[in-house]
Design a protein around this ligand. Structure first.
Ligand code: 5AD
Ligand code: SF4
Length: 501
């Protein structure tokens, strides 16, 4: 086995044990764009291989991102950091001398897929041994040296708190396999300027890590303890993004509404961001129900740039399961929270996360989830099969729901949610929605799309609008996943895959 250079050895938290990615394969999702499989814009392209002319000075970086928006934001951070160190980003792995894969570990399936992709990427290394292959993110933190044992072509394993030192770690990895997997209690990357992808949306990670320790979840072990960016840094990032021309800010954090810096809470951040000229929308993901204070609800209601949409993970509708998941709310408390939110923000669209097949989930527990989803009436939902994650508490408990039964339960919920989403979207037909214009759809360049204030993908015929415009679209038809403006060829949007990220 190759010798592994332990660049940083001390762990501040038990990290032997493995973010927030929503896998589309086992999830129903309305917002395919932000939660699709590979979120990097540099999709590998088939076809002609590009000739490689190695030069000792060149620093060409290819980065591919898996998982949730936090990972997308982290990749932008890495791009910023490496850009300052002289790296130029390339769009094809075969052109790069550093290949980075920013990974996810939330479910086993995510890791399996990344192993498959690493297998493909190793061929560039075999062809040109000087290439550095690095694995970043949650799977890197979860597996650490074991990743190099399993894929010996991997030169660098760097966890979510190691990105500040990324240029040095890459240099070390040119010499010998290198690990940068120390978790930090304080790292927030506050002052580092990310290289943001073009578009309307700027991700701003306002806090990192999680202290909730839901028993199914690996996040606290791979992203470490909860910590918030200084409020001044958040405001500076919002203003910087506005100056760069971004129109929408998305505050990110594993429990984003747990944000606190001294006297400044999450509500205050929304109020401050609401004052920044140029920004027209402020969104955030994902809040924890138990941190959803009246102050935050009130700020959402009063800030006109915060649209009426909230992703509020429920996970289960059964108190017994919620207790074992350590979600720290009951279904009644969640229901009362939803009532308060709906009273303050009439017509708000809600979406959620649900897990089926958690250890001990009985048929009655599952029925309770089904009923809760129907009662609350979500606009959309991400539904997952429970996946035991070694290191998380529940992985020690016997699985009581087999895969066939998980499939039955998830299929039922997906079908019911799809019908509900369609009904909700159809109720918008005939109305006019405000769309923040994002760009052309994949299939029909003359048809563009954007998000409505309810965060529904809305397609419209392009008549010269520009990316970032706010546009009024009259809704003529609906699918479970999208609203279609007048003049759109409805048949082309039977499949949500037509709408790119
Ligand atoms: N198995 C299945 N789903 C999970 N999630 C988190 N951990 C697991 C797991 N072990 C889901 C939760 C969370 C979303 C990001 O992923 O629903 O809200
Ligand atoms: Fe995981 Fe629970 Fe923390 Fe969300 S709140 S990241 S589900 S531990």
């Amino acid at each position: 086995m190759r010798r592994i250079h332990l660049s940083l050895l001390i762990m501040e938290v038990p990290a032997e044990r493995v973010l927030c990615l929503r896998e589309f394969t086992d999830a129903f999702c309305h917002d395919l764009g932000s939660r699709s499989r590979r979120v990097s814009p540099n999709e590998p392209r088939k076809g002609r291989e590009v000739a490689y002319n190695p030069s000792p000075m060149e620093r060409r970086l290819y980065i591919e991102t898996y998982g949730c928006q936090m990972n997308v934001a982290d990749s932008e951070l890495m791009l910023g950091q490496l850009g300052r160190a002289g790296y130029r980003r390339v769009e094809r792995a075969e052109e790069a001398d550093v290949i980075l894969v920013n990974t996810c570990a939330i479910r086993e399936h995510a890791e399996q897929r990344i192993y498959g992709r690493l297998g493909e990427l190793t061929r560039y290394k075999l062809r040109r041994p000087g290439v550095v292959l690095g694995v970043a993110g949650c799977m890197a933190q979860h597996l650490r040296a074991r990743l190099i044992e399993r894929v010996p072509q991997v030169d660098l394993v760097v966890g979510p708190d190691g990105y500040r030192r990324l240029p040095e770690l890459i240099d070390e990895a040119r010499e010998e396999p290198t690990l940068g997997v120390r978790l930090s209690r304080v790292e927030t990357y506050g002052e580092l300027v990310p290289a943001r992808a073009d578009g309307v949306r700027a991700w701003v990670s306002i806090m990192r890590g999680c202290d909730k320790f839901c028993t199914f979840c690996i996040v606290p072990y791979v992203r470490g303890r909860e910590r918030s960016l200084p409020a001044d840094e958040v405001q500076r990032q919002v203003e910087h993004a506005a100056a760069e021309g971004f129109r929408e800010i998305v505050f990110l954090g594993q429990t984003v509404n747990a944000y606190r810096d001294g006297e400044v809470d999450f509500a205050e951040l929304l109020i401050r961001a609401n004052r920044v000229p140029g920004i027209v929308r402020i969104r955030f993901t994902s809040p924890h129900p138990s941190d959803m204070t009246d102050r935050a609800i009130d700020a959402m209601a009063r800030c006109e740039k915060v649209p009426p949409h909230l992703h509020l993970p429920l996970q289960s509708g059964s108190d017994a399961v919620l207790r074992r998941m350590r979600r720290i709310y009951s279904i009644d408390e969640y229901g009362r929270l939803v009532e308060r939110i709906r009273r303050a923000i009439p017509g708000i669209a809600l979406s959620t996360d649900i897990i089926v097949g958690f250890p001990g989930e009985t048929e009655e527990d599952f029925e309770a989830t089904r009923q809760a989803m129907a009662r609350i009436g979500y606009e959309s939902a991400f539904i997952f099969k429970y996946s035991p994650r070694p290191g998380a508490r529940s992985a020690e408990w016997p699985e009581t729901v087999d895969d066939r039964e998980k499939t039955r339960r998830i299929t039922l919920l997906i079908e019911e949610q799809k019908a509900r989403s369609l009904r909700k979207n159809e109720s918008d037909v005939g109305s006019t929605v405000e769309v923040l214009v994002e760009g052309p759809t994949k299939r029909t360049p003359t048809e563009w799309f954007g998000k409505s204030r309810h965060f529904k993908t809305t397609v419209f015929p392009h008549r010269g609008e520009r990316v970032g415009d706010l546009l009024s679209v009259r809704v003529a038809a609906a699918t479970p996943h999208a609203l279609l403006g007048e003049g759109v060829r409805a048949a082309a949007f039977a499949a949500v895959e037509d709408v790119p990220a």
